[in-house]
Design a protein around this ligand. Structure first.
Ligand SMILES: Cc1ncc(COP(=O)(O)O)c(C=O)c1O
Length: 395
C-alpha cells in the first residue's frame, strides 16, 4: 500500500514500544520488573479528579477556544509568573493535548522544509522524529558523561548554520536527568541572540523534579530579549501524575502562539474541556503533591543508582533531575560479548524479566534508561535480577 513518505521517515516511539513489549509479557503472566515507564507511578491527586467530575456535572462538555479557555490560559500565566518568573498574557498561551502536542505545534509553526533543529543527545526519543515529520532536519549535538550530558556553548555555536531555526533545550532532561545551570543558559542565550532567525524550544515538563536543592531555570526568564525568541513548553503530565489526561501548553511570542493556535484549530481543536477546568484547579492550588513526589523519587533515585553501581561493568551517575537512571553498560556489553545495548536490553527482558530502554533510542549507544518512577521493591528486585543475569555464574 502506498503511504506518504513522511511515514517512512519516522519510526514508532521506542519507549512506547518497549513499554508495550513489557506489557505483553506481563499479560502472559510473566513477572516483569518494568523500568520502561515514563510516567509517575502515583495516581492523580483526588482534588484534581474531583474538579474534573464537578466540571462534568456542571456541563463543561462542549468545545472551547481552540487554544484553551481564557480562565485556563490565565491560570497558566499565573503559574509561569509564580514558579518561573515569566510574565505572559493569555493571548501568548496555547493549551494542547499534552506537551507532545505543544512541541508538535511549535515545530509545525517554525520549520520549513530542510531547516535544521539542534538537538543535544542523549535526547528524548520523539524530538528527531517530530522534526522529520515537519520536513526539517534534526542535527544532533553529542554530549558525554564528562560534561554531565550537557553541551558546551562552543558546540552549539559551531553547529549553527544559516538553515538552523531551532535549538531544543530539555532541562531537566529525559533520559539523563541533566539540569542546565543558569550560567550555561546565559551563554547559550548570548549565542542564540546573535542569530536573528534562531529560536529556542524549551521543554520543561520535568521542572518539578530537580534534586539536591538545585533550581530549575527557564532560559526565557533570563531576559526579555531571549524570551522573545523562546517557546516554553510544559504540561501537567509529570507534575501532577496526569499523563493520561493529556494537557500541556506552550507560552510564546504572540505571532508564534497565533501560528500554533491556527495549526491546532485545524487539527485537534481544544484539549478536552473538563480537563481544562481541572487543570485550572491544579495550577492555582497545587498543594504539596509535587513536593511529596520529589521526596519520594529522591529516595528511589539514591536506591537505584547505588544498586546499579554495585553491578560489575555498570556505571551510573546520579541524575540531577527527572526520574530516570541513565546507566553506562558499555563495559558489561563488551565483557559479555553483546553486539550492542539493544541486544543487552533484549537479554535482560528475556533472561532477567527486567524491562529497560536501550540508550541507542536516545542517541546514546552503550547505555540503558531505567525509570525509577516505580516501587522500591521493583527497583531492588530489578537490580538483583540484572546482576544475577549478567554475573550469576561469578557470584
Ligand atoms: C522530555 C519530554 N517531553 C515531553 C513529553 C510528553 O509529555 P506529555 O505526556 O505531556 O505529552 C515527555 C513524556 O515522556 C518527555 O519525557
Amino acid at each position: 500500500m502506498k503511504l506518504a513518505q513522511r511515514v517512512q521517515r519516522i519510526k514508532p516511539s521506542p519507549t512506547i514500544a518497549a513499554a508495550a513489549k513489557a506489557r505483553a509479557l506481563k499479560a502472559q503472566g510473566v513477572d516483569i520488573c518494568d523500568l520502561t515507564v515514563g510516567e509517575p507511578d502515583l495516581d492523580t491527586p483526588d482534588f484534581i479528579k474531583e474538579a474534573a467530575m464537578q466540571a462534568l456535572r456542571e456541563g463543561y462538555t462542549k468545545y472551547t477556544d481552540a487554544r484553551g479557555m481564557e480562565p485556563l490560559r490565565k491560570a497558566i500565566c499565573e503559574k509561569l509568573e509564580r514558579d518561573n518568573g515569566l510574565h505572559y498574557t493569555p493571548d501568548q498561551i496555547v493549551a494542547s493535548c499534552g506537551a507532545k502536542h505543544a512541541l508538535f505545534n511549535a515545530f509545525q509553526a517554525l520549520i520549513d522544509p530542510g531547516e535544521q533543529v539542534l538537538i543535544p543527545a542523549p535526547y528524548w526519543v520523539s524530538y528527531p522524529d517530530m522534526v522529520l515529520v515537519c520536513d526539517g532536519e534534526p542535527v544532533i549535538i553529542p554530549t558525554t558523561e564528562e560534561t554531565g550530558f550537557k553541551p558546551t556553548p562552543k558546540q552549539i555555536a559551531d553547529a549553527i548554520t544559516d538553515r538552523t531555526r531551532v535549538l531544543l533545550i530539555n532541562s531537566p532532561c529525559n533520559p539523563t536527568g541533566a539540569v542546565w545551570e543558569r550560567e550555561l543558559l546565559e551563554e547559550i542565550a548570548e549565542i542564540v541572540l546573535k542569530h536573528e532567525n534562531l529560536f529556542v524550544i524549551s521543554d520543561e515538563v520535568y521542572e518539578c523534579l530537580v534534586y539536591d536543592g538545585r533550581k530549575h531555570v527557564s532560559i526565557a526568564s533570563l531576559s526579555e530579549r531571549i524570551k522573545e525568541r523562546t517557546i516554553v513548553v510544559n504540561a501537567l503530565s509529570k507534575t501532577f501524575a496526569m499523563t493520561g489526561w493529556r494537557l500541556g501548553y506552550a507560552a510564546a511570542p504572540k505571532p508564534i502562539a497565533d501560528a500554533m493556535a491556527k495549526i491546532q484549530s485545524q487539527s485537534t481543536t481544544n484539549p478536552t474541556t473538563f480537563v481544562q477546568v481541572a487543570a485550572i484547579k491544579a495550577l492555582r492550588e497545587p498543594g504539596d503533591f509535587p513536593q511529596k513526589m520529589l521526596e519520594l523519587y529522591d529516595f528511589r533515585r539514591h536506591m537505584i543508582v547505588t544498586a546499579l553501581n554495585n553491578i560489575d561493568g555498570v556505571r551510573c551517575r546520579m541524575p540531577e533531575g527527572a526520574f530516570y537512571a541513565f546507566a553506562n553498560f558499555q563495559e558489561a556489553i563488551d565483557l559479555k560479548g553483546f553486539k550492542d545495548d539493544y541486544e543487552l536490553c533484549d537479554f535482560l527482558l528475556e533472561k532477567a524479566h527486567v524491562a529497560t530502554v536501550a540508550g541507542s533510542a536516545f542517541g546514546a549507544p552503550g547505555y540503558l534508561r531505567l525509570s525509577f518512577a516505580t516501587s522500591e521493591d521493583t527497583l531492588q528486585e530489578a537490580a538483583r535480577r540484572i546482576k544475577e543475569a549478567l554475573w550469576g555464574d561469578r557470584h
